[in-house]
Design a protein. Structure first.
Length: 288
């Protein structure tokens, strides 16, 4: 494995880096909500359903690349989101099992649909690992507009969206990012930065989580260019390392701040020391 310094071309690396940062803009807050709700595999299930829509459109020649493919993926993902929202209301005690089952069924259907395609393996690999290096400016503008609309709706409605509203916003965000960065990178972008900042409050947690993810995207893309590695898997590994190191650093930082606050407010939580040499003693009673 040799270094390829000539591959560090900003004109080649900047578009995928911007695309990755845009993905993080929606996936970090969504990932924190997923962790809070305890539905870790929801993104994998929705992403795989979106992939199934793309594969079905490709297999039956219903759509070429572009908006028709996006429409097929979005329709499948929205239908899957509505189904999972119904399952959450109807069977909340087995929700995670149903989400996992949905993922494996959608993945199996996708493999079956690609059985007769001589290039099916390559197509499936592209959907799983993504082609972030080949993202164009038009895709960046489209996804930026979509994410801006979703984030605007999220900030205005927030917790008032309900389960169905959350699932639908989630499905649209995941659908757009799957075809941009692939299933693996979607899951990593959603969960790993959120794990690193899981103990942080809402607003600061989202900002710090985005920074953790942004550094990982930059490092993964640079490593991919230098060592001629697939960009998607390289960024996934970088996200894992960044989340691990970032989580340790952030935890240590919060512990030091907490100790400093405790020391400033009450001598480390101990009662303040009395200086008996300076305490004024009451006068002795000399009366008989």
């Amino acid at each position: 494995m040799t270094l390829n310094l000539t591959a560090l071309d900003p004109t080649l690396l900047l578009p995928p880096l911007i695309a990755g940062w845009l993905v993080l803009a929606t996936h970090v807050p969504l990932g924190r909500r997923v962790l809070a709700r305890g539905i870790i595999f929801l993104d994998l299930a929705i992403a795989q359903i979106a992939v199934l829509g793309v594969i079905a459109a490709h297999t039956f020649n219903l759509a070429d690349d572009g908006w028709p493919t996006q429409l097929a993926a979005a329709s499948a993902a929205l239908a899957g989101a509505a189904l999972l929202a119904f399952c959450e209301r109807r069977w909340p005690d087995i929700q995670e099992a149903l989400i996992g089952s949905t993922f494996v069924v959608a993945a199996s259907l996708g493999v079956l649909l690609l059985t007769g395609d001589p290039h099916g393996g390559e197509h499936l690999a592209e959907l799983l690992t993504g082609q972030i290096l080949w993202v164009g400016s038009a895709q960046i503008v489209q996804i930026a507009l979509l994410y801006a609309a979703l984030l605007g709706l999220w900030s205005l409605r927030g917790n008032r969206l309900g389960a169905l509203g959350f699932y639908l916003i989630f499905a649209l965000a995941i659908t757009a990012s799957v075809q941009l960065v692939g299933v693996y990178l979607v899951f990593a972008s959603l969960i790993l930065p959120a794990l690193a900042v899981r103990a942080w409050p809402s607003r600061s947690g989202v900002i710090v989580g985005w920074i953790v993810g942004a550094l990982a995207y930059a490092g993964g893309l640079i490593a991919s260019a230098l060592f001629d590695l697939p960009a998607g898997p390289a960024i996934v590994i970088a996200l894992a390392l960044s989340a691990l190191l970032g989580g340790l650093v952030l935890r240590h930082t919060r512990a030091r701040v907490a100790c400093a606050d405790a020391a400033a407010s009450g001598h480390g939580g101990l009662p303040p020391r009395r200086d008996y040499d300076t305490v004024t003693k009451p006068p002795l009673n000399t009366t008989a």
